[in-house]
Design a protein around this ligand. Structure first.
Ligand SMILES: Cc1cc2nc3c(=O)[nH]c(=O)nc-3n(C[C@H](O)[C@H](O)[C@H](O)COP(=O)(O)OP(=O)(O)OC[C@H]3O[C@@H](n4cnc5c(N)ncnc54)[C@H](O)[C@@H]3O)c2cc1C
Length: 413
């Protein structure tokens, strides 16, 4: 980097934007984050922080904050929807930490966001700033906000989520595609579920046309659940809405009592329409680029959406630090990140079919593979996801596993 401190405007104060802001700040940039909401906030739900993400977050000095509320699950437990039979039980946190050097946490999204926000100097976070447009003048970018406020920066980063205005400004309007899935999400105080004697594992229950995931968060004080159901259409206006517990229970009629008890123990639930996008051919143009869901929205069925947003920030900061010419640095960032995230987008979409097989021959073959400990379902098959160090810029062979077409079926949110 030259003598002059380069300025970066990051649009969006979510997990992706805040992580990028912190990585850029550590790399010596004059970074400011602009968030449309009046305050930084996250929905009340859980997020899995895999070792590839915790590696970046530890590098930002957040190891203590993650450990304070994050829960390390003993195992990943896949079960059959009706009788609860174990299909696969793979050791998780200890095993992943021993192999990849960084922990796997289950966290409340608000705790993760709070940890990131606490590390970012408050004067660098500007809430109540909704980006409306920008112009790349070649030597700098002029950024416009609702209400008439304007700033100029050397680099503009759109971390503004799946409906990104920055992406629209770069590549034109498009719409995210409805994946045919909706997710009911809720958090339940753990003491309401004491009678179930739940193990501290991440449990996924596979059934025809739907699945159900639950795990502890917030120092084991809360249980997070995600109930994913296939549905033809999404007719509501908002992407996230209050849902009815009775509707979720009706959708899980006939499922194992443990699943139904967890669903019914929540006070309220949100229902999310799950949208994604096919991988984009480009993320960057001139001095403007994208990260997180703005660049690579994916189904949550590999639990990698936020983790990839975290990785983006580390790689972006490393590229900008190494290369004096902003457009070159952004193209390098894109070259390093796009194949990896595209692969995860595809694998996440593929898991919709695999998790939701109707009972029958294909489901029986899937279950046979799971119970036989097939390599295709093992964590080893996902080594290329978890071992990745996003701050390293190994171009050409940036990820030795990128060329290997793994058959990993992965794991969901
Ligand atoms: C049901 C479900 C479960 C999931 N579980 C996991 C999981 O276990 N693990 C995992 O890794 N990922 C998970 N994900 C994915 C993860 O939630 C997302 O990939 C991640 O939150 C994306 O972060 P982001 O910062 O890119 O975008 P967002 O979190 O959407 O943040 C974007 C921010 O930009 C702001 N913004 C938008 N437009 C503007 C504007 N014009 N001006 C200013 N600000 C603006 C928004 O207000 C928001 O704060 C899950 C997703 C879903 C739907």
């Amino acid at each position: 980097m030259g003598d002059e401190q380069r300025s970066v405007a990051v649009i969006g104060g979510g997990i992706g934007g805040l992580t990028a802001g912190l990585c850029l700040l550590r790399a010596g940039f004059d970074v400011h984050i602009y968030e449309q909401a009046a305050r930084l906030s996250e929905v009340g739900a859980g997020v899995q922080v895999s070792p590839n993400a915790s590696r970046v977050l530890h590098g930002l000095g957040l190891a203590g904050a993650l450990a304070a509320t994050g829960v390390k699950p003993l195992a990943w437990h896949q079960r059959r929807w009706d009788d609860g039979r174990t299909l696969l039980r793979a050791p998780l946190a200890e095993a992943l930490e021993a192999t990849y050097g960084f922990p796997h946490y289950q966290m409340h999204r608000a705790d993760l966001l709070a940890a990131l926000a606490a590390a970012m100097p408050a004067e660098r976070v500007h809430t109540g700033h909704r980006l409306t447009g920008f112009t790349d003048h070649g030597s700098s970018v002029r950024v416009r906000f609702a209400g008439g406020h304007r700033v100029t920066a050397d680099v503009l980063v759109g971390a503004d989520g799946i409906h990104s205005t920055v992406r629209q400004g770069l590549f034109g309007a498009d719409t995210a595609r409805f994946t045919g899935c909706v997710a009911y999400r809720a958090v339940v105080p753990a003491d309401r579920l004491k009678h179930l004697d739940l193990e501290v594992t991440a449990q996924i229950w596979l059934g025809p046309g739907q699945h159900f995931v639950h795990y502890f968060i917030s120092g084991q004080r809360m249980v997070n659940y995600v109930a994913v159901i296939e549905q033809d259409r999404w007719t509501r206006e908002s992407w996230t809405d209050h849902g009815e517990i009775r509707d979720a229970l009706a959708a899980y009629q006939g499922w194992h009592p443990q699943v139904r008890e967890i669903i019914g123990a929540a006070d309220e639930t949100y229902v999310w329409a799950l949208f994604d996008r096919p991988p984009m051919p480009r993320w960057s143009s001139g001095r403007v680029t994208l990260l997180g869901d703005a660049a690579h929205a994916m189904l949550p069925f590999m639990a990698q959406g936020a983790a990839q947003a975290v990785e983006d920030g580390a790689t972006l900061a490393a590229c900008l630090r190494e290369d004096a010419a902003v457009p070159d640095a952004l193209l390098r960032y894109e070259r390093l990140r796009l194949p990896r995230t595209a692969r995860l987008q595809e694998m996440s979409a593929g898991n919709k079919t695999r998790f939701h097989l109707p009972d029958g021959p294909a489901q029986r073959e899937r279950d046979r593979q799971l119970t036989a400990g097939s390599q295709a379902w093992s964590f080893n098959a996902l080594g290329w996801v978890y071992e990745h160090d996003a701050s390293l810029l190994n171009e050409g062979g940036e990820d030795p596993h990128m060329s290997i077409r793994s058959t990993a079926k992965g794991r969901p949110t």
